[in-house]
Design a binder for this molecule. Sequence first.
Ligand SMILES: Nc1ncnc2c1ncn2[C@@H]1O[C@H](COP(=O)(O)OP(=O)(O)OP(=O)(O)O)[C@@H](O)[C@H]1O
Length: 336
Amino acid sequence: MAQVELEDVQIAYEDHIAVDGVSLSLEVGEVHVLLGQSGSGKSTILRALAGFERVRKGELRIGGRTVDGDVFAAPEDRPVGLVFQDYALFPHMSVGQNVAFGVGRGAPIIDELLELIGLAHRRDAMPGELSGGEQQRVALARALAREPEVLLFDEPFSNLDPELRADLRRQTFELVRDRGLTTLLVTHSAEEAMDVADRISVLRSGKLLQTGMARTLYQQPSTIEVASGLGPANVLEAEVSAGVVRCALGEVELGRVSGDPRGEGILVIRPEDIVVARGSGAVRIVRERFLGDRVFREIAVGGRVLMSSRPAWEPDAQDRAIQVRRAHWIPLNRGA
Ligand SMILES: Nc1ncnc2c1ncn2[C@@H]1O[C@H](COP(=O)(O)OP(=O)(O)OP(=O)(O)O)[C@@H](O)[C@H]1O
């Protein structure tokens, strides 16, 4: 059953259309990520689901009930919990009061939630006395206290340092999944999106480009923007002739190319799928970066500079040639 539905939604700020024709459906218990660059419309969608923006066209439904469109449900009448980037705790209220806000002081769920976020012993502390990670846990507990059906997260981990961010992200999504809460997370980090999402929707300039599982979007992007939104990608013009795909790298066997290669198109090749192997070819390494587990290289070949990466433990070949392990085909009209 769909828990959250957007049907052909348009949202505008005066004459600026921020979200344009977006349709999306989240299953009950799904963790869904809106991924896109700054200004792509992610937060606007989240705010509209929370009831802080109105849709101009289309409809929003939560739990099968229309909350915006022909009718409008006020924010407090929607079964949603919202967690922002900047915690937004009430500074003059203690941790316990912040969590209990809007649900009543004595509610047993408050103790349970404080226990859950590991801050039961800080119940009387003020937000200013907590670290950023602790404050964000309080904000999460506060959102959960209303027992929402849907959780909305707007870049909730971006103000935290990287190690803490990864830890808190893991804890948060364990908790969300244990409770079976339908969740929509906004982020511009592909790594974060792939880490937590059941499915990802990639947005650009207010339009939805592609929805799918991380693996599908990474390996079989429908456009160049989706390809580069999920991670580094080499993009090469190519054409199919006589049963092989030809590009600046030479020939790639058809069997190594997913999609539907025919005529002219674009090949998307991930750095790890460009293998610098033993052989004779005009391959020059322009730049090399050692990243611990892998070595990332820029290599000049066929008049182009391409990105290639290999596991750091792999021995380097002396006489070099390029092999393409895997590539994906985007038809020309969709790649533009
Ligand atoms: N209150 C507002 N008034 C006018 N325009 C706005 C308002 N809020 C957002 N916009 C515009 O709408 C578009 C979408 O903004 P939105 O905040 O949804 O993007 P975003 O993808 O969440 O970006 P970010 O990652 O920077 O938060 C942008 O062009 C932005 O400038």
